[in-house]
Design a protein. Sequence first.
Lengths: 501, 169
Amino acid sequence: MLSNLLDGFATALTVEHLLLAALGVLLGTAIGVLPGIGPAMAVALLLPITYSIEATGAFIMFAGIYYGGMFGGSTTSILLNTPGETAAVVTAIEGHPMAKKGRGAQALATAAIGHFVGGMVGTILLVALAPLVADFAVNIGAPDFVAVMLLAFIAVTSVLGKSRVRGFASLAIGLTIGLIGLDPVTGQQRLTFGSLHLVDGIDVVVVAVGLFAVGEALWVAANLRRTAGKPIPVGRPWLNRDDVRRSWKPWLRGPVIGFPFGAVPAGGAEIPTFLSYVTEKRLSRRKDEFGKGAIEGVAGPESTASASAAGTLTAMLTLGLPTTAVAAVMLAAFQQYGIQPGPLLFERESELVWALIASLFIGLTLLLLLNLPLAPLWARLLRIPRPYLYAGILFFASVGAYAVSSDVVDLVMLLVIGLIGLMMRRFGLPVLPAIIAVILGPSVENQLRRALQLSGGDLGGLVNTTFSVVVYCVIAAILLWPLIARLVRKFARPKVDSHAG
Amino acid sequence: MSTRNLTGRLAGKSELGVAGFLAVLGVLVIVEAASLPPAIGQFGPIGPDVVPYIVGGLLLVTAGLLAVDVLRGGRGEAESGEDIDLSVPPEWRTVLLLAAAFAANIVLIDTAGFLVSGTVLFWGSVYALGSRRYLRDGLIAVAVTVLTYLLFAYSLGVPLPLGPLDGVI
């Protein structure tokens, strides 16, 4: 394994790959800082480069964007009180008051270092765990695969988001888009309505760009804030001895919370960053400072967010299971190259995977080196005139989708899917289930049919392994959770800890 | 106050449109699945129509449940964001103008070429989004388009169509 990693470094440390890693983290940070663009949209907009750059380089860049985006989001949280990414929502709670007190530089510094520490520990965990998970997962068969993917569907619709029915509606829309095209088993056309353009299905680049870039830009345009917030000016980030003393424990606790959440379906970064915040508040000796700018409340969640990204990559690489929107779009990129992430990835694409992992270490280091001195510059990005920003997003979405196959029908599709994305945002349908359904739906169908073929059509063939039975039990528990919770509340004495939170 | 109530009620009703959309989609998927010709090369017990039936069913069920939820007063929470101000009602005029700019881009890209369509898309979007500095916006639109063309042609090896300008440049 260590030799694999060293080989990975050898691949990642070539001039071209280093440049791509640097470009990735810079772009990612800029995107994280810029309002309205998240890492998922950024990777989606860059998917067309998969047609011109070799796979290893593209993934090195995407990984840099992911980590950079997670970091950049904290800058707006701290300076503007508006989180650039959902993962940075919690950071605003303490980070912005710190900036208002004139401690913005320290908030940015503890976020940057926390990000570095969390990412490093998370990536080390990834190195240690990924081969083990892959070894285990290599033996799972079609029934297990179906079960895990169904778990991903159910978890992403039920655990995240505020409304289950809207989550399922989004999932169903995504599955429908995934159905369009040739049936992979019999070669029959489904939902193509005789159109030649639809026979190959809708390119996943078009779907991702439509949902994330066009849909988002249209929705923001409809509700554009006319009076932009004013960022608090800030100098170079630095920490004094007391800040470090208060930060290092939260930095180290972050990965413990963040990594596992990042790796499970529907985990992502939102829940663990919140948990980290609550934990740091509990453990802090200066609880009175919380809400008014406690540095622990920035250090912990930032480290957590970064580690959760590593956890997400672990699940994506070893199981082919996307737990966040960025991972879903990266999975789409793998499919563009005809590479199937999953247990076999470590055998078949050993060089690519280890170069990608090595580049995570490099990217994190670059992030720390670049971001501490560049922070004031990043803050200036916040002043970009909004018409240019959102016009630019639409422009690049259009160019990217057209470049896929130089087919104007793709642009029509892009607009239609963008309008669906607009509708989803307007009416509170979460976007994540849809994109995961588009990407995973076809493989679930394939595996489902394979499993039933093996069992001769007997539905028992779906539950003939212990693993799949366990997963279905988890699915049942998630589905029945509101019912269980109600029963528990009914029978147990309400002993609510009023100090919670 | 009364206007807010009114918009609130209208917004509640418009969400039924989503349920309608899901229902129409569901019917479409099911009808399409039913009209699939019998599979000759069917492989295994499940044909190409089974999963569409499941998906169509899911669409119909969610459509029904969503409609019930909306009628009971449930509301989907509009997505918030850094540049989003939900305290004022959405301006659909902006969206229409943007969609128009995008449609113009679709019509123009194969006929007039990317340099024209890209400029129209960028400039039109900037106009739709409220900028009125026509000259500066136009110059930026041209610059962005030309730079993008060069980037795609020379760095990524993807030539975008030049239309009638092909050969001139």
